[in-house]
Design a protein around this ligand. Structure first.
Ligand code: ADP
Ligand code: MG
Length: 292
């Protein structure tokens, strides 16, 4: 496997195995997976549906139990860290999932949704912060909510509205804002644009790229969509049946895939590319405007 190792990875996954079910129903979803994500870097994790991409993301997030292997963050084994330290480490790793409709609670205002991670991690400042069941929302939380909304391109008055008042793309911006609230260093993006229209996809991808540059974020970017990866990632790991079959720089893997599975995946990939299409659309619109 051709791989230049990341020198000092922020996220270091070694020998990861995840099983679902018990006894005779037990199935191994991923086995022997090694991955590195460097500081400020995006690693794309690609593979067809059912290959184990979300399982890996969820294992990194601590949402599914690990049967074997280790997940290290900034050199520390998350699974072996004492509970208190583990809580601190998990605050550094946040998530944006695919479904912009299901991932936000429709009964809660955007502000309530954004403040949730602060409450869960006892990060509410102020006199009553985090010590009572219904903490008063201190001014620091208000300004953090506004700052997070601002950084994803939404007005502060979005805070007092409900998810139902927003489009799919706006909801995904809100999901990104929520992921930013604890000032993480790594975000697991699990098909974050797969449910969106192509033009909206490009906007959300650009937002993620801008935030990465501004905040030095690392992304583990899970997608089945090969057309996206050149735009978001410098390196890619190709997953097949729960195992990484090839990993390397995106351009090398896309232009000269070494593994037969990667070759098949690329050959089957549809051409549409949201950024290219958007560029074409804009060029077309500009051309039309010029004619008038
Ligand atoms: P991907 O995200 O690449 O589509 P997943 O990680 O969701 O793949 O799934 C990998 C494998 O694990 C699939 O065979 C899937 O059916 C199985 N799987 C995923 N989640 C569960 C679960 N909660 N219980 C049992 N099997 C699961
Ligand atoms: Mg998935």
């Amino acid at each position: 496997m051709s791989e230049e190792r990341v020198e000092r990875p922020l996220l270091e996954v070694r020998g990861l195995r995840v099983d679902y079910g018990r006894g005779r129903r037990r199935t191994t979803a991923v086995d022997g997976v090694d991955l590195d994500v460097g500081p400020g870097e995006t690693l794309a994790l690609v593979g067809e549906s059912g290959s184990g991409k979300s399982t890996i993301g969820n294992a990194v997030l601590g949402l599914v139990p690990i049967s074997a292997g280790t997940v290290r963050f900034d050199g520390e084994d998350i699974g072996r860290a004492p509970a208190r330290r583990r809580r601190e480490l998990t605050a550094e790793i946040q998530a944006v999932f695919q479904d912009p409709y299901g991932s936000l609670n429709s009964m809660r205002t955007i502000r309530q949704t954004l403040v949730e991670p602060l409450i869960a991690h006892r990060r509410l400042g102020g006199p009553t912060g985090g010590t009572t069941k219904e903490p008063a929302e201190p001014a620091s939380a208000r300004s953090q909510v506004e700052a997070a909304l601002h950084s994803v391109g939404l007005d502060p008055d979005a805070a007092d509205r409900y998810p139902g008042e927003f489009s799919g793309g706006q909801r995904q911006r809100i999901a990104v804002a929520r992921a930013l609230m604890l000032r993480p260093r790594l975000i697991v993006c699990d098909e974050p644009t797969s449910a969106l229209d192509l033009s909206v996809q490009a906007q959300v991808l650009n937002l993620l790229t801008t935030l990465q540059r501004e905040l030095g974020l690392s992304y583990l970017f899970v997608t089945h969509d090969l057309a996206l990866i050149r735009h978001v990632a410098a390196r890619v790991a190709v997953l097949h049946r729960g195992a990484v079959v090839e990993t390397g720089p995106v351009d090398r893997v896309c232009d000269r895939p070494e593994h037969p599975y990667t070759q098949a995946l690329l050959a089957a990939a549809p051409v549409p590319d949201p950024v290219v299409q958007r560029g074409r659309r804009e060029a077309r619109a500009a051309a039309l405007a010029g004619q008038r």
